[in-house]
Ligand binder design. Sequence first.
Ligand code: UD1
Ligand code: UDP
Length: 359
Amino acid sequence: MKIATIFGTRPEIIKLSTLIPLLDRDFNQILIHTGQHYSYKMDKIFFEDLDLRDCDYSLNIGSGTHGKQTGNMLMELENVLLHEKPELVIVQGDTNSTLAGALAASKLQIPVAHVEAGCRSFDRRMPEEINRVLVDHISDYLFAPDLNSFKNLTLSECIPSEKVYLVGNTSVDACIRAMKIFNRETLEDYSLKKDSYILFTLHRQENTTYESLKEILMALNIISNRIKVFFPVHLRTKKVIEDNNIEINDNVILSDPLGYKDFMGLLTNSMFVMTDSGGIQEESVVLNVPCLIIRDNTEWMIYVEIGKNLLLGTNHQKIVDIVNKLLDNPEIIEKMKLIEAQLNQGASESIVSILKNIQ
Ligand code: UD1
Ligand code: UDP
């Protein structure tokens, strides 16, 4: 079977990194990169860190408003799909590249497989939530990462259950593989010691308006008076900080976005992580690092429900109060680490087995 795998951003590269080599092994796969992420530290560095082969097509779409970016992708993807005539298109996650890939394929009557189907934050302010819902409803093979996602699709949204497969989470596969290639020197490079700092990331559209970012970074500045914080800054966030001259405390170590090996090295050694990232919520569970989510909701409720991760919200005082409580009572952090989470690994191999059966 000829398969086209379409992606374009940092998390898609990471979460497809264990699946892509298996698809190359068992199918005739072409890789199509939309170019949604294009800066070296958001893109190429992950191909190097994760030992991924070059793409067959790089569409170089770049940044833009949602409509412009998605529309440009759709036009270019249609050309490639008409030329290559794949029998299946695979997309991952919830980005504009995911939506454009699924839409271009379904309009051409090419079956679509969606990896990480069924995740829901139930918050339509998030562009990702719109993308997830739309992609799931035009997909033919829906690979759900956990029971919540499986139920969202089959019970709440009435997608026929024969289309939905509960396979686990490719992000867990990628993280487990990455544990062997973590960069152990990154701590020393920044003169950090294990468990002596907080790792912090922020990039969601709803958290990076000037007002929201200022509120959250106010909390960060207060927290950093008590403990060192390491903050690799996403390029979207960097732009808002620089354009508005938002001040950040000296005790916050700022860096460019990090490669996977460096980032995972810092995540695994941190006391805890504060983030609005989806992928980091999953990875922190694999690495057993408590994760404080700077959002009002999450599509990864499965980890919050068992007490492994905490929803902080975005109000600066609430963020500061909860972090102070953890710093004053480190036994709470230890208790969070003792909670057992079910790790849904092996998803990449399961997806390949299912696809082999449909050829
Ligand atoms: C996108 C995804 C989001 C995902 C995130 C992963 C959508 C709607 N959003 O958000 O779901 O969590 O990727 O990181 O698809 N920029 C650069 N260089 C790059 C990429 C981006 O400078 O290589 C800057 C540009 O100023 C750009 C901004 O970041 O306008 C936002 O990039 P974009 O891809 O539109 O959205 P993300 O915030 O990265
Ligand atoms: N990540 C990274 N370097 C960084 C920040 C994040 O390698 O500086 C990785 C992280 O380990 C995770 C992925 O990027 O695998 C998450 O991407 P992001 O937070 O941008 O997107 P989301 O998962 O929220 O869609």
